[in-house]
Design a protein around this ligand. Structure first.
Ligand code: NAI
Length: 480
């Protein structure tokens, strides 16, 4: 029986291994992590992450050929294939701070593999890593090898949170990079055989190691760039009276552009896009390509601009002050169908409103109050000036309440900001919400989920990103 061990039971390690287990009943899969609470949660009825369809998959194979354990060394020692899916955040200190990937967790995992291994191993990079990480890992392993043969593969993960299980069941492609040696090709083939249990052969791409590593960074950079492009266009639409929906639809009909990922919004979030672009920027700079670095940096700058433009719109529409006014925030997760708040635009928007002394009342169906308070209390990391942390004042956090119902959040509020595209926000009784709000009542729709015309008929002043502005909003001072 082939044995797989995955180091890191997070958003990637948990779902990917659960899907391998369900699709390959003859393979034993053990997911290990240094975090006991995380492993306990994977072994409980309440999984540590929310992902549609995940519960069913885990429950179908947990205890049969899928296991979660904190006994990292034992399972690494026993495995034939070791996936490493640990976190690779942006470095916050030292050389490359604010841009480079922090490979501390990766390096410690590699050293531990070298320490405990007694048989040959295929080590698979599942985490998103800088180009040439495989070479560094290879060095750590071979310099401590005790005669053991290691093959390093790059197998970046392309799942998106919120649709992880569907993405894993039917991936657009699986990418495997390996050394172009007989041993390297054999290792690639071994991993290919795992995926071939359910992925059509033509969807499994094999490349050299560096192409696979760079493809993941490139894919995230291209995806984020599309969002920043349409968001940049949304600002121009508001200034000119064009409608970003109509523009997106029209350009998306061009088969060279395609219709996906063209929704204007308050900005992208999630743990990956910003971190991976910063990493790409750093790699470009290190390779003497400042023009290329600046090109990609602009994608993040537009994202920051979009978030501050949204806050400015809220404040300027409400007579240039939100001080003491209750503002309801609907949605805190970085996208629907996940409870993940890493780099969510809601953090920057809420901090912007708090900075103007608003009373913010937040509702999200999947994010706990403790998580929201923790996110808002955290110092904002200034990626361009890593030495200047911008602290949120403790009093600001006191201006925040977290409630478990959209109607409670909006009761007595002057404005509603929709920051996550949860389906339930489309179906709320907006007449009831309007009746219980201060007047004039505003809706600032950061995800374009509501029917703005219907809300205007009720009496709301509505701002939808990239759409022609209400007369009220047009009369207010211009937003920079
Ligand atoms: P995560 O933070 O949810 O999970 C990482 C886990 O690794 C944590 O539970 C941590 O305790 C564990 N860990 C760290 N060092 C360890 C060690 N030495 N031994 C055992 N466990 C250790 O991270 P997530 O979101 O799963 O991301 C993992 C990697 O996958 C990152 O490189 C990320 O860029 C990449 N990725 C993430 C995607 C996402 O949607 N979250 C999508 C595609 C790639």
């Amino acid at each position: 029986m082939v044995k797989i061990c995955c180091i890191g039971a997070g958003y990637v390690g948990g779902p990917t291994m659960a899907v391998i287990a369900i699709k390959c009943p003859a393979i034993e899969v053990v997911v290990v992590d240094i975090s006991k609470p995380r492993i306990d949660a994977w072994n409980s009825d309440t999984l540590p992450i929310y992902e549609p369809g995940l519960d069913e998959v885990v429950k179908a194979c947990r205890g049969k050929n899928l296991f979660f354990s904190t006994d990292v060394e034992k399972h690494v020692a026993e495995a034939d294939i070791i996936f490493v899916s640990v976190n690779t955040p942006t470095k916050t200190r030292g050389l490359g701070a604010g841009k480079a990937a922090d490979l501390t967790y990766w390096e410690s995992a590699a050293r531990m593999i070298a320490d405990v291994s007694k048989s040959d191993k295929i080590v698979v990079e599942k985490s998103t890593v800088p180009v040439k990480t495989a070479e560094a890992i290879e060095k750590i392993l071979t310099h401590n090898s005790k005669g053991i043969n290691y093959q390093i593969l790059s197998n970046p993960e392309f799942l998106a949170e919120g649709t992880a299980i569907d993405d894993l069941f039917k991936p657009d492609r699986v990418l495997i990079g390996g050394r172009e040696t007989p041993e390297g090709r054999k290792a690639v083939q071994a991993l290919k055989e795992v995926y071939a249990h359910w992925v059509p052969e033509e969807n499994i791409i094999t490349t050299n190691l560096w192409s696979a590593e760079l493809s993941k960074l490139a894919a995230n950079a291209f995806l984020a760039q599309r969002i920043s492009s349409v968001n940049a266009m949304s600002a121009l639409c508001e200034a000119t009276g064009a409608d970003v929906y109509e523009v997106s639809y029209a350009i998306g009909k061009d088969s060279r552009i395609g219709p996906k990922f063209l929704n204007a919004s308050v900005g992208f979030g999630g743990s990956c896009f910003q971190k991976d672009i910063l990493n790409l920027v750093y790699i470009c700079e290190c390779n003497g390509l400042p023009e290329v670095a600046n090109y990609w940096k602009q994608v993040i700058k537009i994202n920051d601009y979009q978030k501050s433009r949204f806050v400015n719109r809220v404040v300027s529409s409400m007579f240039n002050t939100v001080s003491g006014k209750k503002v309801a925030v609907l949605g805190f997760a970085f996208k629907k169908d996940t409870g993940d708040t890493r780099e969510t635009p809601a953090i920057d928007v809420c901090n912007g409103l708090l900075g103007d002394k608003a009373q913010v009342s937040i509702y999200d169906p999947q994010v706990t109050g403790e998580q929201i308070q923790r996110d808002l209390a955290m110092s904002k990391f200034d990626w361009d000036h890593p030495m200047h942390l911008q602290p949120t004042s403790p009093t600001a956090v006191k201006q925040v309440s977290v409630v478990w119902d959209a109607y409670e959040a909006t009761k007595g509020a002057h404005a509603v900001c929709i920051l996550t595209e949860w389906e339930e926000f489309k179906k709320l009784d907006y007449q009831k919400i309007f009746d219980n709000m201060q007047k004039p009542a505003f809706v600032f729709d950061g995800r374009n989920v509501v029917d703005a015309e219907k809300l205007r008929e009720i009496g709301f002043i509505v701002y939808s990103i990239g759409k022609p502005l209400d007369a009220w909003l047009k009369d207010m001072p211009a937003v920079a």
